[in-house]
Every structure is written in structure tokens, then in C-alpha cells.
Design a protein around this ligand. Sequence first.
Ligand SMILES: Nc1ncnc2c1ncn2[C@@H]1O[C@H](COP(=O)(O)OP(=O)(O)OP(=O)(O)O)[C@@H](O)[C@H]1O
Length: 273
Amino acid sequence: MNAKVIAIAMQKGGVGKTTTCANLGIGLAQEGKKVLIVDSDPQGSLSISLGHAQPDNIPTTLATVMGKVITDTPLEHKEGILSHPEGVDLLPANIELSGMEVSLINAMSRETILKQYLDTVKKDYQYILLDTQPSLGMLTVNALAAADSVIIPVQAQYLPAKGLEQLLQTINKVRKQINPKLTIDGILLTMVDNRTNFAKDISTLLRDTYGGKIKVFATDIPHSVRAAEISAEGKSIFAHDPKGKVAESYRELTKEVLKIEKLRQKHKSDIGR
Ligand SMILES: Nc1ncnc2c1ncn2[C@@H]1O[C@H](COP(=O)(O)OP(=O)(O)OP(=O)(O)O)[C@@H](O)[C@H]1O
């Protein structure tokens, strides 16, 4: 195994990064994939949403293992990785990670510390999903430097033009300077309220503006209080409301993500012929 690493990134807060990371990760696990979900946000909201209500009490987190990479200290096998009852592994984060931005400033190869860490666990997984923080700081750059691809959640209520442009510029910079193979899997519309035309307008605008260059996922994630409830439950939408529209849409998204990888593999083998 050599995991595909997907960063879920958008510097705007509250657009559904964490919700997508948790539910896509568990969706992939339900399709039989070995999945690690990494919380790279010092708020620890992914860790909370996967059942660790007090992340600050978790002794070993992403900050611990990145710190070990920086100081060249050997890591134990799967150090700090927790398992979730729905079949995914989680590397949690907590407030300690907020000190990492500063530690990285003086670290050698500061943009690739997360990548160096992930290289040590990639063989154990087929997918590694990175939940990023709402900023384009050094931790997000580390996630982009470590990723094979990016999924960009966009909240349907807001015109994301400016934030999206900034993110695309950062992705281009990372591509040019650190990680030339980084691709964009797609833009994902989240919290879509089908009772309004606004989501449709934004979706059309995104497709018109970026459609030629960037895929917009065919699956939209609907707005639903059932989705908002899951972070307090510590479980996925598949366990919380398996027959609901949000579970259905995350199942569809999972299929789209698997299809991207299948097409990429086919393309690779066609080129190799
Ligand atoms: N489909 C949805 N329908 C309704 N509420 C949702 C949906 N998806 C997520 N939410 C809620 O919206 C809020 C923001 O979602 P989430 O935490 O996933 O976003 P985020 O981009 O990770 O936020 P941050 O940038 O702060 O890390 C949360 O309270 C979450 O429960």
C-alpha cells in the first residue's frame, strides 16, 4: 500500500472541511479502504467530531509526531494513532499544534515536516485525509506539500471568488516550489439549501468560471441539521442518519473520489504502454 493523500482545504472557516473529512474518510472505509484521517487544525474539531470531546487531554497528537520529525527523534509504529469504531484511524490534534507554526519557522525543510511524517505511515493505508485549519499558514502549506490532491469545500451561501483565488494561488505556488504533482480533485459545494436558487447560481458561476480547469463535484452536500448534529455525537452521518440526504450525498462523493483514483491509475497505465 502507498496511500493517496488528500487535503481538504479552504481558508474560509465553517465551510464543511471537518464534516467532509470525517464523512468522506468513513465513506472510504465503508468501501473497504484502509483510511487514516489527520486532524491538522489546532481547534481539534475533527478529533472532537470523532468522539474525543476533550482533545486537549490527548497525550500524543499530530504536534507530538511533527515535533519528533523536527528533532529527528525516532517514531514508534503508528504512534499517537487512535482507532474509531467506524473503521478509520485518526491522528488527533489539540491546542498544542498552535505552537507548531512557530516551531516550523526555525525548522529545516519547514514546509515538508508533515510530508516527512506521513511518509512513515503511508504504507499502512490506502487513503490519508488531512483536515486543514481555516488559514493559509504554515500548517496548511505543510498539508498541501504532503498531499497528492486537494478537495476544496465551498459553502453554497457565499460567493467564494476571492478566497478561492487566494487558495488557488497558494496551490500553484506549492506546485511550483515544493510539490509539482499536486492536483485538485475538485470543488465541493456544501450546505446547499435546495429551497433557494442561490446555490444553483453559485454552482453555475463556479462551473462557468473554473469548470474548464477544475472539476466541480457532481455531488452537492445538502444543508441539514442532521449534519450539524454529528459533531456532538462522535460518529459519522452514516451512523447518525443512515437514510438521510446528507449520508446519501457523502456516499455519492465517496464514489466520485474513488472514480478519480481509478481514472488516474488507468491514465498512468495507458501512458506506460
Ligand atoms: N451539510 C451541513 N448542513 C448543516 N450544517 C453543517 C453541514 N456540514 C457542516 N455543518 C455544520 O457547520 C459548521 C461548520 O462545519 P465544519 O466544522 O465541517 O466546517 P470547517 O470548514 O471545518 O470549519 P473550520 O474552518 O472552523 O475548521 C459545523 O457546526 C457543522 O456541524
